[in-house]
Design a protein around this ligand. Sequence first.
Ligand code: MN
Ligand code: MN
Length: 296
Amino acid sequence: MLENYMLAGKIASTVRENIRKKNHIDRTLLEICESIENEITLLGGKPAFPVNVSLNEIAAHYTAEPQDPIVVKDTDVIKIDLGVHINGYIADTAVTISYDSKYDHLVDVAELSLSEAIKISKINTKSGDIGKTIENTILHNGLKPIQNLSGHSLDQYTVHSGKSIPNIRTIGSSFSLTNNQAYAIEPFVTTRDGLGIVYEGKIQNIFSIVSRKPTKDRDLDDFITYLWNRFKTLPFAIRWLIKDYDETLLNNMINFLMKKKNIRSYPILVEGNNKIVSQAEHTFLISEDQNYIITK
Ligand code: MN
Ligand code: MN
């Protein structure tokens, strides 16, 4: 398990640092997603979910459509969130990129609150204390955390495996970090005039299987089997499927399977006051003696 995590983390951090160095202005979101996913594959990993390329007030869950025409502008703030898995063991990491220095503070505070949170994360650390540290760091820097986005535990083939690590102080229940468990911490930061809450938008282009129960339609059952064989419970994008299926047919099948609750979608998440959002994320593995930041 440890070797799989370490390799996934090494690939994820290598790819993330290449993204950070590169100039993305005038590139399409499609080109960015595909080049990152190709690089993950070339380095020997598999994408654990479609690369998220969320612009400005979109906090998370946008990935490129099959012919996505959107181009990055020099005024954009872009969150690139990527996952790599080796045999289902997932490294989840994110970076925010901007080309206008007026956003430097917003970007830096996401990174700062992440590093302050990681500093206190050891075996038995309470999730509530991590949330408090993240919130304090962000507020002391004159910005606002997004309250309803959080970090999470990760398990084999499961990106969000049940435990949430808050980005704010919380009332009541808190859990303690445990041995041999992977966690991701991911603060999201907005400006003081932001609402600090995200809402689901209309766009949904990331999906995953939630149930393999048969549908009474042979073609749909075959499609579920195909998705299961390729992705198990991990998220996927339409553009990953268009080599094997007609796009209109795909959209129809996915809509039908969503109604049947075989498939769920991950709608884009938009800042409540449409203010700009930044993000930083690392995955780490807790052991008795230390905290391995696998995406360092
Ligand atoms: Mn992520
Ligand atoms: Mn995550």
